[in-house]
Structures are given as structure tokens and as C-alpha cells.
Design a protein around this ligand. Structure first.
Ligand SMILES: Cc1cn([C@H]2C[C@H](O)[C@@H](COP(=O)(O)OP(=O)(O)O[C@H]3O[C@H](C)C(=O)[C@H](O)[C@H]3O)O2)c(=O)[nH]c1=O
Length: 183
């Protein structure tokens, strides 16, 4: 388990048990995570499939009491994942952390509540599965533009390519235009 920054973001690599059939690992164990200092109880499991490389989902977050901690993993293809600390009281406020996750490894990213999250697919047919510790609440959703200059995320986009975005993400605001504390 590798802390990223000092805000509770963790890159987790569970032990893999291999035998002649293949391999097995625990992708989630509440007791193990509590022992790692992550007392979290997930209530929702999500999966997205992005058909093409260069698809960018995010930066999204849920505000206030609906904020979600997430456990992210990639089970097909690969992503460049980005998490940004939106908690004004954090020493890492507005600091962006990026990490590549792939179906070829078992690494997972734990993102505490109060972060914005997004990812860029690095391959076609990329599947991301992630758990959340609070329910989806459309009315509390917030977003920040993927290319926000304050965040300055260095996305691994192929030369000259603009990302494939949802209409919502294409219309996302820049940070400076978000008046209230976004998270
Ligand atoms: C997030 C969510 C969405 N939906 C429905 C709403 C839409 O009809 C459809 C697609 O939603 P959206 O375009 O927001 O999906 P993404 O762009 O992949 O959003 C996600 O992308 C970034 C990377 C995240 O971390 C968030 O968890 C999440 O916002 O699924 C649900 O029914 N439940 C849900 O929990």
C-alpha cells in the first residue's frame, strides 16, 4: 500500500495467489482494509466500459454529505487515473495525483471523500470497476473541466487528439467559475 500525498489517497496492490490454473486475489475485504486504516463500507459498485482509447470521464465529484470515497480498478484495457484533492483544509488542496491502472496488474486506487476523480482510457475497450461508499446523488454532482489550467493535468493524449467526452463533461466549468467549495 503506497500513500500518495498526505490526504489519504492510497495505491493498493493486494497479494496475488497463483497456481497452475491461474491466479486469485481479494479485490475488496472490509476487515483487511480496516486493518490498513481504511474503515470504509461501500454501498455501490459501478462499472463503465469505454469503447475507444482517448475517452475521458470526469473530473467528477459529489458535494457535501453525498461525497463518495471510491476504490478504483481497471479490469480491461488501461487508464490514466486522476484524483484531485478538493478539500480546502487539506495540505494537498488542488493537488492532482495521476496513476496508470491496467487490467495487466492488480493495483487499485483508494480515493477518499472530498476528491474529484477522472480518467483517460489508454486502450480501446477499457473497463473500470469502482466501489463508492455513498449512493449516487445526481443533484449533488459537480464537475471540473478535464483541461482546467489550475489543475494542469498532463493527460496522456495521443498527439493532436482531443478526448472523447460526454456532453456533460464537454460543458464542465473551470474551477475558477465554481463559487462554493466544490466538495
Ligand atoms: C455515476 C453514476 C451514473 N449513473 C448513470 C447516469 C447516466 O445516465 C449514466 C452515465 O453517467 P455519467 O455520464 O456520469 O458516467 P461517467 O462519466 O462514467 O461518470 C463517472 O465518471 C467518473 C470517473 C467518476 O468517478 C464518477 O463516479 C462518475 O461520475 O449512468 C448511475 O445510474 N449511477 C451512478 O453512480
Amino acid at each position: 500500500m503506497t500513500p500518495l500525498g498526505s490526504g489519504g489517497l492510497l495505491l493498493i496492490e493486494p497479494p496475488v495467489y497463483q497456481d497452475e490454473r491461474g491466479e486469485f486475489f481479494e479485490s475488496w475485504n472490509e476487515r483487511t482494509f480496516a486493518g490498513l486504516g481504511i474503515p470504509v463500507r461501500f454501498v455501490q459498485d459501478n462499472q463503465s466500459l469505454s469503447l475507444r482509447r482517448g475517452t475521458l470521464r470526469g473530473i467528477h465529484f459529489q458535494t457535501g454529505g453525498f461525497a463518495q470515497a471510491k476504490l478504483i480498478r481497471c479490469t480491461s484495457g488501461a487508464i490514466q487515473d486522476a484524483a484531485v484533492d478538493l478539500r480546502k483544509e487539506s495540505p494537498d488542496y488542488l493537488r492532482v495525483f495521476t496513476v496508470d491502472l491496467s487490467a495487466d496488474d492488480v493495483r487499485m486506487l483508494f480515493i477518499p471523500r472530498g476528491f474529484g476523480h477522472g480518467f483517460l482510457t489508454l486502450a480501446d475497450h477499457t473497463i473500470v470497476q469502482y466501489k463508492a461508499d455513498a449512493f449516487y446523488e445526481p443533484g449533488s454532482e459537480g464537475s471540473i473541466r478535464w483541461d482546467d489550467p489550475v489543475l494542469g493535468i498532463d493527460w496522456k493524449l495521443p498527439e493532436g487528439m482531443t478526448p472523447i467526452l460526454s456532453q456533460k463533461d464537454a460543458a464542465a466549468p473551470y474551477l475558477r467559475s465554481i463559487s462554493k467549495n466544490p466538495a
